[in-house]
Design a protein around this ligand. Structure first.
Ligand SMILES: Nc1ncnc2c1ncn2[C@@H]1O[C@H](COP(=O)(O)OP(=O)(O)OP(=O)(O)O)[C@@H](O)[C@H]1O
Ligand SMILES: [Mg+2]
Length: 367
């Protein structure tokens, strides 16, 4: 087992700074997920760790060893590439076994490990086929199999589930999580899917234009984002951002949005932000923090009632998303199945102002 440490890692392609000054420590046995929008440098960073790209600056340390000058094959890493990179003239069995044979594993053990991985991945019946005789999702599973049969120091996954259908993706996500629990190996996993990141990670590393915007435990990032970018990236459906202004009076501080919506802040938050009265703010509220009003809930100070006209209803079965306009913005609320029967109804919703995320529009940072 080995942890990973990156210090000041930089990588440019000509004038494009793909990775810009990344510092990151991943503990032994930790499952770290690199996440971020397309082009933010996830694959490049993974390739720098694997040694497939030479870094322009900084150090890559695996366990206690600085590996900047160590060839990729000598870093003892197992990697699943975004584009599979299977050997076209080898069948599935040979592809999965390749890394084991290269390390002179006894044939009986190779066969047993390949079997186990293939069965786990649901490709046990495909062992004699060539890659071109497989679907994209099957190729992806072969690539995963090739990595997990190995006894590597570090496992690197680049979007390993992107070509699977929704159901298989859910199953494989569970398998990968189980695999991590069983093996206890350090894993670095790239995805642009925030749900995958939330469910798999011990630690999420959110990249933006080649730099780390925020890292931490999934719930930390979700509940305490540092910026508008982080708040928007995590959560589905995404957080609502409503333009407003801090308004102070003798009793405390509120956020006013548009003409007639005023949301008082809970006492402690109000006290801490009193100096901001009169300045602009973006009120960030996740759909699940705007709920239908119930008699019991209404007594809580931080749940602020507001009357809205629901103009769009999206039932999901257990829940119902209702959209309404506020301060010129379309806002989504997570309601219960029968809170609204049809569009056009006016109902009272509760804004959870304890969990609301307040953002300074001047720099898009959380206040
Ligand atoms: N070989 C290359 N030559 C030139 N530019 C590159 C090369 N590889 C990547 N880039 C650029 O570096 C940036 C980061 O690319 P990278 O592939 O790491 O992004 P990514 O986060 O993995 O994106 P995706 O989610 O689409 O896979 C992008 O702007 C990309 O165009
Ligand atoms: Mg990529």
């Amino acid at each position: 087992m080995a942890g990973l440490s990156l210090a000041g890692v930089e990588k440019s392609y000509g004038s494009v700074g793909a990775v810009r000054g990344v510092d990151l420590d991943v503990a032994e046995g930790e499952f770290a997920v690199l996440v971020g929008p397309s082009g933010c440098g996830k694959s490049t960073l993974l390739r720098c760790i694997a040694g497939l790209e030479e870094v322009d600056a900084g150090t890559v340390t695996i366990g206690d060893d600085v590996v900047n000058d160590v060839r990729p094959r000598d870093r003892n890493l197992a990697m699943v590439f975004q584009n599979y990179a299977l050997y076209p003239y080898m069948n599935v069995r040979e592809n999965i076994a390749f890394g084991l044979k290269a390390r002179r594993t006894p044939p009986a053990e190779v066969e047993a490990r390949v079997r186990r991985a293939a069965d786990m991945l649901g490709i046990g019946a495909l062992l004699d086929r060539l890659p071109r005789q497989l679907s994209g999702g099957q190729r992806q599973r072969v690539a995963i199999g090739r990595a997990i049969v190995r006894d590597a120091r570090l496992y690197l996954f680049d979007e390993p589930l992107s070509n699977l259908d929704a159901q298989l993706r859910d199953e494989m996500r569970t398998e990968i999580k189980r695999l991590h629990q069983e093996l206890g190996k350090t894993m670095i996993y790239v995805t642009h899917d925030q749900i995958e990141a939330m469910t798999l990670a011990d630690r999420i590393v959110l990249l933006r234009e080649g730099a780390i915007e925020q890292e931490g435990a999934p719930l930390d990032l979700f509940e305490r984002p540092v910026s508008r970018f982080v708040a928007r990236f995590l959560g589905s459906p995404p957080i609502n951002f409503i333009p407003g202004r801090f308004e102070g009076d003798a009793t405390g501080l509120a956020v006013r949005c548009g003409e007639d919506a005023v949301f008082p802040l809970p006492r402690e938050r109000a006290a801490a932000l009193a100096a901001r009265a009169g300045s602009d703010v973006i009120l960030g509220v996740r759909p699940e923090h705007i709920t239908g009003s119930t008699h019991a809930a209404r007594r809580l100070e931080h749940l602020v009632p507001h009357e809205v006209t629901i103009d769009l209803v999206q039932p999901t079965g257990t829940r119902l998303y209702g959209a309404f306009a506020l301060a010129g913005i379309e806002v989504l609320a997570e309601l219960q199945a029968h809170d609204v029967e049809r569009p056009g109804e006016t109902i009272e919703v509760l804004f959870d102002m304890q969990r609301a995320i307040l953002i300074d529009p001047k720099d898009d940072l959380v206040i």
